[in-house]
Design a protein around this ligand. Structure first.
Ligand code: SF4
Length: 374
């Protein structure tokens, strides 16, 4: 039984200085603090996020979220407009579609405001409750764009019951994507976190990617698991030891107690390479395709995402990847990048080839090299 606490939030939108290539977003929100989905690996448990109460059993509901968000999204009340990118609903310290949403309908209210102000939206969830709001999402998609993404650690139902006890089963999460597509929505899968020694084996990874390919997702993004010292690690290792008593001691060789909870670099790199190859074999796009962003992102934002994605994709395929510096330079501009037409190479990190890519993205809202690398 989840204990609910109603709280008043001072602000809702979390704005970033630049658009990120993970979600093509520069603003997101947590409507709840704490999450009844109770995933064993959730880093919302880590002390640094200051989620009060027993994580997984207590949830704080920001009951005034619609009122605050309405003010924050209203362009008449802003000195500086929001960047032209997706508004993200989901992730962080509580799923927007966890069970409390059935009663409080905060995500639905947020979508209504996003629709009213004409923003594109990207929703990330592990719950089938999102289907309730496909009507609003479809209206947003008709006007700008809406992406519905689900996150998965794998597709094994029994493992999901152990590690994600409150979530919609993985097969059902994938089914949502087909229905989303029928409503004109774009769809993605965030394969994160992949659980070391549990869902990271070739067999498990292959089965998961087969499921994602079968679901027809527009893209799949990969992320490894972090384990921050303290509550998060203690809880995860307790759950792991109950189901796999032999595995817990082997985690010491993967996680060194880094304060950000990162696993060893060589572990992530090896896993990421295997993911990269396995996803490519199945024809899955490993970053958000630019066609989903064209006409939605501002020009600086689209070029930033394209270059940042290329940096990642080239690294994944062990090719030279000189695009990160250029992406940062474009993201830092406070004038439209098109004002640099004909002299893109004046920007830090932009050589002749990158200048051509920028030109192509600006002229066509697409990039053949990005498409090839996906
Ligand atoms: S659904 Fe997301 S926020 Fe909720 S417990 Fe799982 S990982 Fe954490």
């Amino acid at each position: 039984m989840t204990r609910i606490r109603e709280i008043q939030a001072k602000s809702i939108l979390r704005k970033a200085k630049r658009v990120d290539s993970w979600f093509a977003s520069a603003a997101g929100m947590n409507l709840y603090r704490g999450c009844a989905h109770d995933c064993a690996y959730c880093d919302g448990r880590a002390e640094r996020y200051r989620v009060e109460g027993e994580f997984g059993r207590e949830v704080a509901v920001k009951v005034n979220a619609p009122e605050i968000l309405g003010r924050e999204l209203d362009p008449r009340r802003k000195r500086k407009p929001l960047k032209r990118a997706f508004v993200l609903i989901g992730g962080g310290v509580g799923d927007a579609y966890q069970p409390a949403e059935e009663r409080y309908r905060l995500a639905r209210a947020a979508l209504g405001l996003i629709e009213r102000h004409g923003y594109p939206v990207h929703v990330l969830t592990k719950s089938s409750l999102v289907e309730r709001d496909f009507d609003v999402l479809a209206r947003i998609a008709a006007r700008s764009r809406a992406i519905v993404s689900v996150s998965l650690s794998g597709t094994d139902e029994e493992l999901s019951r152990v590690f994600e006890p409150g979530c919609t089963p993985p097969s059902r999460r994938l089914e949502i994507l087909a229905r989303a597509r029928d409503r004109g929505l774009s769809t993605g899968v965030y394969l994160m976190p992949v659980i070391p020694l549990v869902t990271d084996t070739d067999e498990a990874l292959g089965a998961t990617l087969d499921g994602i390919a079968g679901a027809g997702a527009d893209f799949v993004m990969f992320g490894g698991m972090t384990l921050k010292p303290g509550r998060q690690t203690e809880h995860f290792l307790t759950v792991l030891a109950e189901r796999f008593p032999d595995l817990a001691p082997r985690y010491a060789a993967i996680y060194s107690g880094d304060r950000w909870g990162r696993a060893r670099r060589d572990y992530y790199q090896e896993l990421e390479q295997r993911f990269g190859q396995a996803a490519k074999r199945r024809g899955l796009a490993r970053r958000i395709p630019l066609r989903l962003l064209a006409g939605v992102l501002g020009e600086n934002e689209l070029v930033t995402v394209a270059l940042e994605s290329l940096e990642y994709l080239c690294q994944l395929d062990r090719r030279p990847a000189p695009y990160g510096r250029a992406a940062r330079a474009v993201a830092a501009l406070d004038v439209p990048i098109s004002t640099y037409r004909g002299r893109y190479q004046e920007l830090a990190g932009v050589g002749r080839f990158t200048a051509k890519l920028i030109e192509e993205v600006l002229e066509t809202q697409a990039c053949a090299f990005h498409e090839e690398m996906l």
